[in-house]
Design a binder for this molecule. Structure first.
Ligand SMILES: [Zn+2]
Length: 303
């Protein structure tokens, strides 16, 4: 699938995307080395990149957004998955866009290999939400599971939002249902799929924090080891250069804009207070937050 089409499906806002000019496939930038946090080792795995236009942002004057973006009208933005090794387990959070010969995407398996991990080594996969830049790597091109030994855990609320009552899904999203059924059905048929409920701990040492707004069941995962917290925040933020300093600025991709803003503000406040390390699917690196004015400054996370 062409990225332009993919993004039209994923983000619903065709007009604001960079026109789907041919993109020369190229390797994504090398992933930085791992971060050690308590007994956890964390790798950001850049599956690919997407171009996001500044006009997607809502709730601030264009001049202010232009200032924060240094005058750029579009930003090349990473699409990350995250690898966490802890307590003898190998955990993947999200899986990127997946292979597409025409796109700069589908580098996840190479990134895992660079971290010394084969697809068959992954024990557990956690999904933040069902947009295709987060679940696209779950299947191989032949439709079989890309991670043959992994259990796939998803938030029940997100699963039901997309698949339980199609009549309640906005009509423009219903075309995605067959692909979602193929992806999750492959893991379900292998007995490797589970949807966990709100308040349920997906796995020991890992908590799921509801963060609805971006989608119907968007979820943040909190990993804790020796008092250190890693938050895999999915799409809680898209434009690091704007939305840390101005968390009240929304983005056109959010299903419920006001709710997405409120949960970002609330979770950023908690993350700054607890000095958690944030791992964002569309951020260039792992960061911590420090209060700055009415918002936050993101500082690179150190061990
Ligand atoms: Zn995303």
């Amino acid at each position: 699938m062409r990225l332009g089409i993919l993004l039209a499906c994923t983000f619903l806002n065709v007009a604001a995307m960079t026109p789907p000019a041919p993109i020369t496939p190229q390797p994504a930038a090398p992933s930085p080395g791992p971060l050690r946090l308590g007994a956890m080792t964390v790798w950001a795995l850049q599956d690919g990149r997407i171009s996001l236009e500044a006009s997607l942002l809502k709730g601030a004057a264009p001049a202010e957004i232009g200032r924060l973006l240094g005058g750029q009208e579009a930003v090349m933005t990473p699409v990350n998955a995250f690898l966490v090794r802890m307590d003898g387990r190998t955990v993947l959070v999200d899986t990127g866009i997946g292979k597409d010969p025409e796109e700069d995407a589908g580098h996840l398996v190479e990134r895992l290999a660079a971290a010394g991990v084969a697809p068959g080594d992954v024990d557990l996969i956690l999904i933040t939400h069902y947009h295709f830049d987060h679940i696209g790597g779950l299947l191989k091109a032949d439709g079989t599971r890309a991670f043959p030994r992994a259990r796939l855990l998803v938030p029940r609320q997100e699963h039901d939002f997309w698949l339980q009552e199609p009549s309640r899904l906005p009509e423009r999203l219903r075309g995605r249902i067959p692909k979602l059924k193929a992806i999750f059905g492959a893991y379900e048929a292998a007995g490797a799929f589970r949807a966990f409920g709100e308040g349920e701990e997906p796995a020991p040492g890992i908590r799921a924090v509801p963060a609805q707004g971006h989608t119907g069941g968007h979820t943040v995962y909190v990993f804790t080891s020796e008092g250190r917290d890693l938050w895999c925040i999915g799409d809680l933020i898209h434009f690091g250069a704007v939305q840390f300093e101005r968390p009240e600025v929304g983005i056109a991709f959010d299903l419920e804009g006001g709710r997405a803003i409120r949960i970002r503000q609330e979770l950023f406040q908690r993350a700054a207070r607890s000095k958690a390390v944030l791992a964002g699917a569309h951020l260039p690196g792992l960061v911590r937050l420090e209060p700055k004015g009415a918002g936050y400054a993101a500082v690179p996370a150190q061990p």
